[in-house]
Write a protein that binds this ligand. Structure first.
Ligand code: KIV
Length: 272
């Protein structure tokens, strides 16, 4: 029996139960084996292999360039480091917007080639055929509404979404549609707290917020933001729990000094 099978795993049912019991859900991104292992062991319920890897791992300005093959590479690495958390992988831009058959093929590749448990897609009514087709193949789907970074060139900015009544109404309708189609959860990104509260109270599936205030059923952050690696990014919703950028930088500066001054390696760090 492998060590992995001894752990009580988080499932989509667990999340549903947590909403019913009023217990908040914690979700974080991860993109590689080593950090996924730490995140999982620390007790996170959901790990999102986000297409934010395009920004924080690959250094692109947007999430658009990351490919399905690259998401599969990140997803498989995270799965190898995880025993307990539910793992959701983002379908990247261009892998599902064409038609529902393409969307299903992309989702199947993610499930088969990574071992993850679910996929996430951005959008509402406009992608509902794809959502339904993926779910009918037995693949759990997480929705994503509000600020949807794959549509950044349509919005033009990363500011708060759905402040106006028309957009807020559409978001609520999209959320209900995603629930009706069988999504197990929905991410709400950068929308007013009042709207997030309204959506959350009208859905039976859990909502997970990022910049959506406290009334949602769970919270998600990008791991590199929480750890303070991406120190230039400072949105209002972000709470940094570490300043790893400075700590890593100091450690590396010290290492460089030690190498140059012959302080490293010392006798105990060398072989006889
Ligand atoms: O890709 C990502 O990290 C995300 C979260 C911000 C929800 O979609």
């Amino acid at each position: 029996m492998s060590i992995k099978s001894n752990v009580r795993k988080i499932t989509t049912n667990t999340l549903q139960q947590m909403k019913q019991n009023g217990e908040k859900i914690s979700m974080l991104t991860a993109y590689d084996f080593s950090l996924a292992r730490i995140v999982d062991t620390a007790g996170i319920e959901v790990i999102l292999v986000g297409d934010s890897a395009s920004n924080v791992v690959a250094g692109h300005e947007t999430t658009l360039p990351i490919t399905l093959d690259q998401m599969i590479y990140h997803g498989a690495s995270v799965v190898r480091g995880t025993s307990r958390a539910l793992i959701v992988v983002d379908l990247p831009f261009g892998s599902y917007q064409g038609n529902s058959r393409e969307a299903l093929n992309s989702a199947i590749r993610i499930m088969k080639e990574t071992g993850a448990h679910a996929v996430k897609l951005e959008g509402g009514a406009e992608i509902i055929d794809s959502v339904e087709r993926i779910i009918s193949a037995g693949i759990p789907v997480m929705g994503h509404l509000g600020l949807t970074p794959q549509s950044i060139y349509k919005f033009g900015t990363y500011t708060v979404r759905a402040k106006e009544e028309m957009e807020a109404n559409k978001l609520l309708e999209d959320a209900k549609l995603l629930e009706k189609s069988g999504c197990f959860s929905i991410v709400l990104e950068k929308i007013p707290s009042k709207l997030a509260n309204n959506v959350t109270s009208q859905l039976t599936i859990p909502t997970i917020g990022i910049g959506a205030g406290p009334s949602v059923d769970g919270q998600v952050l990008v791991l590199h933001d929480l750890l303070g690696i991406t120190h230039e990014f400072n949105p209002r919703f972000l709470r940094r729990y570490l300043n790893l950028h400075d700590q890593i930088s100091e450690a590396i500066t010290k290492y460089v000094d030690d190498v140059k001054s012959l302080n490293f390696p010392n006798e105990n760090e060398s072989y006889n």
